[in-house]
Design a protein around this ligand. Structure first.
Ligand SMILES: C[S@@+](CC[C@H](N)C(=O)[O-])C[C@H]1O[C@@H](n2cnc3c(N)ncnc32)[C@H](O)[C@@H]1O
Length: 766
């Protein structure tokens, strides 16, 4: 048996510092990996980094030779905490001076472990002090954990069942290190002296090429379809109705977005052939001093939309649009006032009688948004013909994909024809861009071999495919900002993306952003943000990423594992990610034919307790428990014998209200799987991305957003204990464990969740 040492994470952590950094990260956009592509339920990088570090570094109590007294151990722990507290800060993410000491600590602990195990029968494979064990996350998702392992100097392996997640991980840890230090190959960078002489650290050269060819794609798309996105002219008629527009008269303004209202036939027989609007609010801008709203003008059995500026005289009525009351209430007919219950709207929509009508145009004025009334020309422009649309059916998960109930049953139904034209044009251009990049890369001196990226190539073909991956991700990401589920946010005066939450809910009045407007919804806007991420990625060993189910074999030899599996039924990853998959498959199938072989994201093995997929709630729970137990058993059998593994569990918002969270079905099933698979729990750490006192003041209790479980394989000769013996052990061991927890600066509010760890440690020992 291998000799093990207690790791820092099994004793104490500077939890306040980790939680503060995790919280701060939520407000960081520029350069944060989450801006590379959307993924749901991402873990904070700060927590991921801290957890991996503390799971690899020895706790001083494991070295009584060097730290013989409690005081000496506390002092050493304080020193390690100091390293951790710097390590978790966002501004230190790529600082060598902070990362190096952390890597050194990991290496030192590893050397001690190797020395302890020189006589181990598999010492040659398991304990080579010149080779740190690899890291593996089998539920990698958006890739926070493998990325942080790579940053800490480990060889990072990531896998996920979902091809979209696999691609995101490839873009973060596998592709950039292959081209570390390469200068860009585009003709512009190669001819500009200052760029030729510049040093290209990490994947900055790659990022520069993505920007260049992304711009080429966008310019080319504009040449082909720019006529669908013309500027809007402020006419004398508009000014007559709206004197505030006088300074714009005769000028042509860039459109930022077209705002549409869905419509259904009036339920009132007298107006049965009139399409009446479903508007959740007439307000366009609620910013103080910049208020604007739509004013419907009814003329007999028809209506038109005018625009008013300034605060409305009857704000309640204006705010509720054509709703009968609050935001969840049903609509009324604009013309007759007849009620339109949701069931009526659903029936109309399913019968194909739901349509849309242009309500307003938002244009860019002189450092201000200008709201203009719709014109026939503007409305007609959107009614173009789409050359292609994704036919894939949207799975119906009640409460999560409600669009289906309104007749929007395929992913293609979620886009306007103009949006489909834009997305397919960009997706088609990707092939042309890849050929160009390959030519330019060969001209720049990369070997023009034919070895593809998927087979480990690094020549001109592979490089072109690498750039194409980011361009493909940008088209997929654009689909988030370009659908009929995007809203106009009146408090911010901007269009917001499809996935405000982990669902596809119905949106009644939607915003169609200008693809060439230079703002949200323009591919260059998101591409520039995405490349800020690639510019900062760690340039270490190349990671390895594969598509596989966590229930199948772990494909990397004796790794250290930190992982974040799905939380019961919290997020329907596979169902939601089909939204992106259809675009990624169209764009990148030539690069990764196996990854995109299936028509849709694989679902059967997805470890989510989805009642609609499994028939009943009980069947879903059983599937989840069996699958998770199997996956954890693989981990307990195949991971490195001397490191604990860490597993995250995130609570649902609803679970965190009241005290239900500690005893919810999801949490209990999860713990059952952990224990049933042969693990014993040696620690629990609450990770908090909200301020505890803010939650308390809002009247919710203060459960942390997620909890990290530290687990070790339970000994085969684990003893039996009676209830009495168990309670005696609890009484004698818990006080010391709690004392250690408190020494790690744990907020009193977190103590209850953190104390589950030492308690579970005693329980699962038997
Ligand atoms: C909570 S997410 C991981 C999030 C990730 N840690 C991050 O920070 O972005 C859980 C992941 O498990 C994946 N998953 C679900 N069932 C799986 C299975 N059977 N095998 C592997 N991955 C699976 C989902 O696709 C999802 O990406």
């Amino acid at each position: 048996m291998a000799v093990t040492r207690k790791k820092l994470i099994e004793v104490a952590l500077p939890l306040d510092a980790i939680n503060a950094a995790s919280r701060r990260e939520k407000s960081i956009r520029h350069g944060h990996p989450s801006t590379l592509h959307l993924w749901w339920a991402r873990r904070p990088l700060a927590a991921a980094r801290a957890v991996i570090f503390a799971q690899m570094v020895d706790d001083p109590s494991s070295d009584p030779g060097r730290f013989p007294t409690k005081e000496a151990q506390e002092r050493e722990r304080e020193r390690l905490f100091g390293i951790l507290e710097e390590l978790v800060k966002w501004e230190n993410t790529s600082k060598r001076s902070v990362l190096e000491p952390a890597r050194l600590e990991i290496q030192r602990s590893w050397e001690r472990m190797c020395a302890d195990n020189v006589d181990h029968p598999h010492a040659q494979e398991l304990f080579r002090c010149d080779r740190l064990p690899a890291f593996h996350d089998p539920f990698a998702g958006g890739g926070a954990l493998p990325l942080e392992a790579q940053r800490l100097g480990l060889e990072a392996h990531a896998s996920d069942l979902n091809p979209v997640a696999v691609l995101i991980n490839k873009a973060m840890i596998e592709i950039p290190p292959k081209f570390t230090g390469n200068p860009p190959c585009n003709p512009e960078s190669r001819s500009a002296t200052e760029l030729v002489e510049r040093e290209w650290g990490g994947a900055q050269g790659l990022a520069e090429d993505v920007r260049y060819y992304g711009k080429w794609m966008r310019d080319e798309a504009r040449r082909r379809i720019g006529h669908l996105y013309p500027k809007i002219k402020v006419t004398p008629e508009m000014v007559r109705e709206r004197p505030d527009l006088s300074s714009y008269e005769g000028r042509e303004l860039t459109v930022i977005a077209w705002l549409w209202a869905r419509t259904v036939r009036s339920p009132n027989p007298a107006f049965a052939d009139v399409d009446v609007p479903l508007v959740s609010t007439w307000m366009l801008s609620t910013k103080k001093g910049k208020e604007a709203y739509v004013e419907p003008v009814i003329e007999g059995d028809s209506y038109r939309f005018g625009i008013r500026v300034g605060p409305p005289s009857d704000p309640t009525t204006v705010r509720r649009g054509t709703k009968s009351g609050g935001s969840h209430s049903p609509f009324v007919c604009l013309i007759s006032g007849s009620p339109m219950p949701f069931e009526y709207v659903r029936t109309e929509a399913r019968a194909g009688r739901m349509s849309s009508r242009l309500m307003a145009v938002v244009a860019q004025g002189d450092q201000a948004r200008v709201y203009l009334p719709p014109t026939e020309r503007e409305a007609a422009l959107a009614c173009t013909e789409a050359p292609w649309q994704p036919e894939l059916q949207i799975a119906h998960w009640p409460g999560r994909t409600n669009v289906v109930e309104y007749g929007l049953t395929t992913f293609g139904d979620l886009f306007t024809p103009r949006q489909l034209v834009a997305l397919t044009t960009l997706s088609d251009l990707l092939g042309e861009a890849t050929n160009r990049i390959r030519r330019d890369a060969a001209a720049a001196g990369l070997p023009d071999d034919d070895r593809p990226l998927r087979d480990g190539g690094t020549g001109a073909r592979a490089y072109a495919e690498a750039v194409a991956v980011y361009l493909g991700l940008s088209v997929s990401k654009l689909s988030d900002a370009q659908s009929t589920l995007c809203r106009w946010k009146s408090t911010m005066n901007q269009s917001i993306g499809t996935f405000g939450r982990q669902a596809l809910p119905m949106v009644w009045d939607y915003s169609e952003a200008n693809v060439f407007g230079g703002m949200a919804g323009d591919p260059m806007t998101s591409l520039n943000n995405m490349m800020r991420v690639v510019d900062r990625l760690p340039s270490g060993n190349s990671g390895r990423v594969r598509q596989s189910s966590a229930q199948d074999e772990i494909w990397c030899e004796a790794p250290v594992v930190s992982t974040d599996p799905p939380y019961y039924d919290n997020v329907g990853y596979a169902d939601l990610s089909d939204y992106f998959y259809v675009w990624l498959r169209r764009s990148l199938r030539p690069v990764f034919p196996d990854l995109f072989a299936t028509l849709a994201v694989p679902k059967a093995e997805e470890l989510v307790a989805t009642p609609y997929r499994h028939g009943t709630k009980d069947a879903a729970e059983e599937f989840f428990l069996d699958g998770m137990t199997k996956a954890f058993r693989r981990l307990s059998d195949q991971t490195h014998p001397t490191f604990p593994i860490t597993i995250y569990y995130a609570f649902k918002q609803s679970e965190r209200k009241g005290t239900a969270g500690i005893a919810s079905t999801g949490w209990e099933t999860f713990l059952e799987a952990v224990i049933g698979s042969g693990f014993s729990v040696t620690g629990t750490w609450p990770i908090r991305t909200e301020l505890a006192n803010r939650m308390i003041s809002r009247g919710t209790n203060a459960l942390a957003s997620s909890i990290v479980l530290v687990c070790r394989r339970r000994r085969a000769d684990a003893p039996l204990a009676t209830r009495r013996e168990f309670l005696t052990a609890l009484r004698s061991e818990l006080p010391q464990a709690l004392h250690l927890l408190q020494s790690g600066n744990i907020a009193p509010v977190d103590l209850a969740q953190a104390a589950i760890g030492p308690g579970m440690a005693i329980y699962t020992r038997y």
